[in-house]
Design a protein around this ligand. Structure first.
Ligand SMILES: [Zn+2]
Length: 229
C-alpha cells in the first residue's frame, strides 16, 4: 500500500532534475544522469595549479587544495548552488558532499586529514536559513572519507550582511575578524580540511583559514564544491 501511494505520488508530483527540469527516474536523486555526466568538473584536480590553489597563493599556507566544479553565472552549477542555499534541498547537499569526497579521494592528496571543518555561517544567518549548507556537504563528504566533522570549533563572530556590492578590498577588511577558534586544544597539531560550498574571491576562506593557522602545529587543507572561474 505504501509503495502504491508512493507510485501515485510520483505520478502526481514527479521529481524533477534540479538542472534541466526533466523527470527523474527512481534511481536518480536530485540531478538526472545526463546533467550529472555533463557537469563542468575540473579534470586535473590533483594538479598543484588547480584554479582554487591559485586563488590562495601567497595568502594561505595550504597542504592541499581542490575544487570539484567550475561555477559560472550561466552554468548548471549556479542552479545547484541556488538549490543548496535557498531551497532547503538537504538531500542534494549531502549528495554533493559525497561527490566532493570521492573527488578528494581520487587526488590522493587528502589521506592524512584528522578532521573536517565546514566554514561556519553567522548564527543569525543560520537561524534564518535553518541550516548551514557547508554542514550538509560535510556530512556527505565525511561519510565517504570516513573522517569526523567538527562543526563547533570555529565560530563566526560578526554579521557582515550582504557583500555583493562591495569591492574586494572592502570585503576583505570586513571579513577579517569574522572567525574565532573557540577550542584550539581540540585541533592543535592536527591536519584540518576546511570546506566551503562555492569560492569566489576567496576572502571568507582566507579569513577563516588564517585563524585556524594560528593554532599551534595545525596543518590546513582546503576544498570547495565549486570555484568561480
Ligand atoms: Zn537533468
Amino acid at each position: 500500500m505504501k509503495n502504491l501511494l508512493a507510485s501515485v505520488g510520483q505520478m502526481l508530483f514527479p521529481n524533477l532534475c534540479v538542472c534541466c527540469d526533466g523527470y527523474l527516474s527512481k534511481q536518480e536523486e536530485s540531478v538526472c544522469d545526463f546533467c550529472l555526466y555533463t557537469l563542468p568538473r575540473f579534470e586535473l584536480i590533483a594538479e598543484r595549479d588547480n584554479p582554487l590553489a591559485k586563488k590562495f597563493w601567497g595568502r594561505l599556507k595550504l597542504e592541499a587544495t581542490t575544487a570539484y566544479l567550475s561555477y559560472k553565472s550561466t552554468n548548471d552549477v549556479k542552479k545547484l548552488m541556488h538549490e543548496l542555499k535557498y531551497k532547503r534541498n538537504t538531500d542534494l547537499g549531502i549528495e554533493m558532499g559525497k561527490w566532493l569526497g570521492n573527488a578528494l579521494i581520487k587526488t590522493g592528496n587528502f589521506n592524512q586529514i584528522d578532521y573536517v571543518i565546514p566554514v561556519p555561517l553567522h548564527p543569525k544567518r543560520q537561524k534564518f536559513r535553518g541550516y548551514n549548507q557547508c554542514d550538509l556537504l560535510g556530512h556527505g563528504l565525511c561519510e565517504i572519507m570516513k573522517i569526523p566533522m567538527l562543526s563547533d570549533v570555529v565560530v563566526r563572530e560578526r554579521y557582515n550582511g550582504t557583500q555583493t556590492k562591495k569591492k574586494r578590498y572592502e570585503r576583505y577588511i570586513n571579513s577579517k575578524e569574522l572567525f574565532r577558534v573557540i577550542d584550539p586544544k581540540m585541533i592543535e597539531g592536527k591536519n584540518i580540511l576546511l570546506i566551503d560550498d562555492v569560492i569566489t574571491t576567496g576572502s571568507t576562506m582566507e579569513s577563516c583559514g588564517s585563524v585556524l593557522l594560528d593554532v599551534e602545529g595545525l596543518k590546513l587543507s582546503v576544498a570547495s564544491l565549486a570555484v568561480a572561474t
